[in-house]
Design a protein around this ligand. Structure first.
Ligand SMILES: C[S@@+](CC[C@H](N)C(=O)[O-])C[C@H]1O[C@@H](n2cnc3c(N)ncnc32)[C@H](O)[C@@H]1O
Length: 148
């Protein structure tokens, strides 16, 4: 069971690490709860996902791909499953920072190797990647990427 505090904890972390960022893409944002938490902290946020049951937030009801026009200054993803890799690739393509809380892999890797793989991917694509963690239960490790 995912920690219910995860959206507020993550929104606090994002605003702490990227204080200048005012427009976020929330990729694989599910029902839009991270969106609400970011908006409450002054970050205009668009969520990308395919859920019909969701909060009343700026919501692009589609899968996020590399073809999406860039209208953000930071990308975020809480447990973004199959969208985790595209967040890193998109951030590198557009020279934007990202913050992700990875969960399941898209290639059969278990959690620790998946975390290593994502950090290496970001570095290979020209980002500086660091790791921190949210004070919560479950998948709580966070990768932060910034353009070099
Ligand atoms: C484990 S859920 C997490 C949802 C939410 N972030 C949360 O923490 O409750 C993973 C979500 O990823 C979404 N997803 C997977 N690939 C996606 C993609 N390419 N674009 C947008 N959403 C995607 C799924 O629809 C699902 O809602």
């Amino acid at each position: 069971m995912a920690d219910k505090r995860r959206f507020d904890l993550f929104a606090d972390l994002v605003t702490r690490h990227f204080p200048g960022c005012k427009h976020a893409f929330d990729v694989a944002g599910g029902q839009g709860k991270l969106n609400q938490a970011l908006v409450a902290r002054g970050v205009a946020t668009r969520t990308f996902d395919t859920r019909w049951k969701r909060a009343d937030v700026d919501y692009a009801e589609r899968r996020f791909t590399l073809d999406e026009p860039c209208g953000c200054d930071v990308l975020v993803g809480m447990h973004p499953d199959g969208a985790t890799r595209v967040i890193v690739e998109y951030a590198a393509k557009h020279g934007r920072p990202f913050a992700i809380v990875p969960c399941c892999s898209d290639n059969g890797l278990s959690y620790k190797p998946w975390m290593r793989h994502l950090a290496e991917l970001g570095e290979q694509l020209g980002l500086v990647v660091e790791e921190t963690a949210l004070p919560m239960q479950g998948r709580a490790r966070v990768l932060l990427g910034r353009p070099r």
